[in-house]
Write a protein that binds this ligand. Structure first.
Ligand code: NAD
Length: 502
């Protein structure tokens, strides 16, 4: 299978000016041209170089992928789960073998640092390990509910499902859904972000090499036209979406209107509450790593800090730490020139509204990468809750610091946010920590940790406008999302007779 894979990958000629062949759809185990004729450039945020091109797909392309997935479903879903997960044991091995080349590709198309890209693959390996444990978790229940009458439940796959993903984790976010949904017996269509389609293509080839039958996994590249077609297609049973709140709402509404099961994860504005007793070094390092990791383009990034009382000594340490983070060295690029402009506009607006820029990342340049899109770490103090940097998702390496006199005032600011992905508290006082865990209005809470991502087997998911739908996207919660429960009742002996419930 490996030799065939490589041959097909090399089939499309590469124009001399770009590094990779044009991106194609992946349907029924083969590369297929998209039909719209509308072509986008895929450029590297690292240096602005052209990496590839991508032809946007149409509703007909989506229909082709659904047909391929539908045809594969009867055979794939009939394999016992213990056999289906064998593909993912192999896939995990292939991820481990390919960390270097996958991380290089992620770095090129997304702009994050090599280490951050490698961490994304480590996390994908962990997600795949969880999928391999599914046979231990999906066992049904059996009980003799009255004499001679047995009830039994089993988790049954849904059929054809889809996953729509954002640009910021080209490898990890698709792997939130792919291994679990497929190991549970579904066939899938992935709609990658048009900004980072190259890593998604690699995922397809790794799955093929791992032994996944053709048609079980398909990729349709494109923009909103493809997303709309996925939401409308009657052959698709369920959709997981990850992206901004604006689009999460559109997808949730449109797909639910068409009676599909939907889980749509949206944007975030994560608050870190810092108390004066917090350990200064540890707090500064955690806050800075959280705000600058992946250039602030994480839905779990620290974005707003609320200092309670006098925390000047901690803010000073945060500024020192921020100054150690250098674009092009230990800070990657943001996704595009438009993103850089948007982030810098937020900083300028805060300055004009009276906030103090303690560390200024505007105008960042990296020698030899003048066409790259970089924003340096930015720390803004004396932000007020009404400013846009306090309320909106900036999605860049920017920390907006607000000050309050009491912990309750800090929590009131956090609670007023329409988002609810994550919140953290930094303190040495267990009582205050517990109070914040109880009162913060977010799905994932941290104590003395800047990025409180629950690791497997704990599930990932926020609250409020950071998530629409029931349950979480990973962990055991995903079993409920990607399957339906069949309940069967059997009467084995005639003595059971007929009674009020039969
Ligand atoms: P985005 O919402 O712009 O795009 C996400 C997906 O939706 C992409 O595949 C895109 O092609 C598609 N899309 C874009 N506009 C659309 C439209 N009008 N109609 C239909 N589909 C459309 O998000 P992004 O910029 O790629 O990613 C960044 C966002 O994702 C941030 O808001 C971030 O917080 C969020 N995110 C959230 C989580 C989470 O777990 N909550 C995780 C990662 C990223």
């Amino acid at each position: 299978m490996l030799a065939g894979t490589r041959q097909q990958e090399l089939r499309t000629p590469t124009p001399l000016t770009m590094k990779y062949p044009p991106v194609q759809n992946y349907i029924n185990g083969a590369l297929v041209n998209a039909q719209s004729g509308r072509i986008l450039n895929v450029t590297s945020p690292v240096d602005g170089n052209l990496l590839s091109t991508l032809t946007l797909s149409t509703a007909d392309d989506v229909d082709q992928a659904v047909k391929s997935a539908k045809a594969a479903f009867p055979v794939w879903s009939r394999f016992p789960v213990k056999e289906r997960v064998q593909v993912f044991y192999h896939y995990k091995y292939l991820l481990e073998q390919n960390v270097k080349n996958l991380a290089t590709l992620i770095q090129e198309e997304n702009g994050k640092t090599f280490d951050e890209a490698a961490a994304e693959i480590e996390k994908s390996i962990e997600l795949t390990e969880f999928a391999c444990s599914l046979p231990q978790l999906v066992t049904g229940e059996v009980l003799e509910v009255s004499k001679g009458v047995e009830c039994r439940t089993e988790h049954v796959p849904l059929g054809v499902v889809a996953s729509i993903v954002p640009f910021n984790f080209p490898m990890m976010v698709p792997n939130w859904s792919i291994p679990n949904a497929i190991a549970l017996g579904n066939c899938m269509i992935l709609k990658p972000s048009e900004k980072v389609p190259l890593t998604a293509a690699k995922i397809a080839w790794l799955l093929k090499e791992a032994g996944l039958p053709d048609g079980v996994f398909n990729i349709v590249n494109g923009d909103s036209e493809v997303v709309d077609a996925i939401c409308d297609h009657p052959g698709i049973e369920a959709i997981s979406f990850v992206g901004s709140t604006r689009v999460a709402k559109l997808v949730y509404q449109r797909a639910s209107h068409n009676y599909k099961r939907v889980l749509a994860l949206g944007g975030a504005k994560n608050h870190l509450v810092v108390l004066p007793d917090a350990k200064p070094d540890m707090t500064a390092q955690n806050v800075t790593a959280s705000m600058t990791g992946c250039a602030g383009q994480r839905c779990m990034a620290a974005s707003a800090m609320v200092g309670v009382g006098n925390v000047d000594h901690i803010i000073e340490r945060i500024c020192e730490e921020a100054k150690k983070i250098v674009p092009g060295k230990n800070l990657g690029a943001v996704i595009s020139r438009e993103a850089k402009e948007r982030i810098e506009k937020y900083i300028t607006e805060a300055e004009q509204q009276g906030a103090t820029i303690l560390v200024d990342g505007r105008g960042a340049k990296v020698d030899g990468k003048e066409n790259g899109s970089y924003v340096g770490p930015t720390v803004i103090d004396h932000v007020t809750p009404d400013m846009s940097v306090a309320r909106e998702e900036i999605f860049g390496p920017v920390l907006s610091i607000m000050r309050t006199r009491t912990l309750d005032e800090a929590l009131a600011i956090e609670n007023a946010s329409p988002f609810g992905n994550a919140a953290s508290v930094f303190t040495q006082n267990g009582g205050y920590a517990k109070y914040v865990v109880e009162k913060a209005s977010a799905g994932m809470i941290g104590v003395n940790i800047g990025v409180p991502v629950p690791r497997e087997p704990f599930s990932f998911g926020g609250w409020n406008e950071s998530k629409f739908g029931v349950g979480d996207i990973t962990g055991k919660s995903s079993i409920e999302f990607w399957t339906k429960l069949k309940k069967s009742t059997t009467k084995w002996n005639p003595e059971a007779g007929i009674n009020w419930m039969s």
